[in-house]
Design a protein. Structure first.
Length: 189
């Protein structure tokens, strides 16, 4: 997504899905990491969280990168949304942050996407921006803002090569600037 599409995207969603989108876009989290969060993973001030598990095909599993634990920094506006949401989550450490209707299990990615996010996003022409797009948005917009690639890769929980080669897509405006810069450097007339 472009920078200009992010606010309409988030603004279209209900509170729970807005928090999920914030965690994906601004923290670079995978949907399985987001949906596997329990109260015990969230810092009291909601400014960081710990990822030590993921939801994969309906089961709680080890993280995708097989690392035991990853800490994720949460920026202030996202932390504020998360803190408001956490007031609605049960007080037990094992309570799911994004519980299914029966609260005994976490929500499934396809359920939250197809039932709650995509229908609302379709109304503003952003239904194409699924979880994979949100992860690429984190990488690409961070790159455009000059965020250190290693810092961004660590935040997303993968290597720097993947960060640059797979997730980061340079904006057309940045590519146009680069093309013009090269042209001006080479051509004198």
């Amino acid at each position: 997504m472009t920078k200009e599409e992010v606010e309409p995207y988030i603004g279209t969603l209900e509170q729970r899905e807005r928090v999920i989108a914030h965690l994906a876009i601004f923290c670079g989290m995978r949907p399985g990491e987001i949906l596997a969060l329990q109260r015990r993973h969230i810092a009291t001030d909601c400014k960081s969280l710990v990822i030590d598990q993921r939801l994969y095909r309906g089961d709680i599993d080890t993280t995708k990168t097989k690392t035991s634990v990853r800490k994720v920094a949460i920026p202030p506006k996202t932390a504020s949304h998360l803190k408001d949401w956490m007031e609605l989550v049960g007080s037990k450490p094992e309570a799911w942050v994004f519980a299914s209707e029966n609260e005994a299990n976490p929500m499934w990615r396809d359920n939250v996407w197809y039932r709650h996010m995509k229908p609302k996003l379709d109304t503003v022409g952003l239904g194409w921006a699924n979880f994979q797009v949100l992860r690429r948005t984190h990488a690409s917009l961070g790159h455009d803002e000059g965020i250190d690639p290693k810092v961004a890769a660590d935040q997303r929980g993968h290597g720097i090569g993947v960060a640059i080669d797979v997730y980061t897509k340079a904006a057309l405006s940045r590519r146009a600037e680069a093309a013009e810069q090269l042209e001006n450097a080479v051509l004198t007339a």
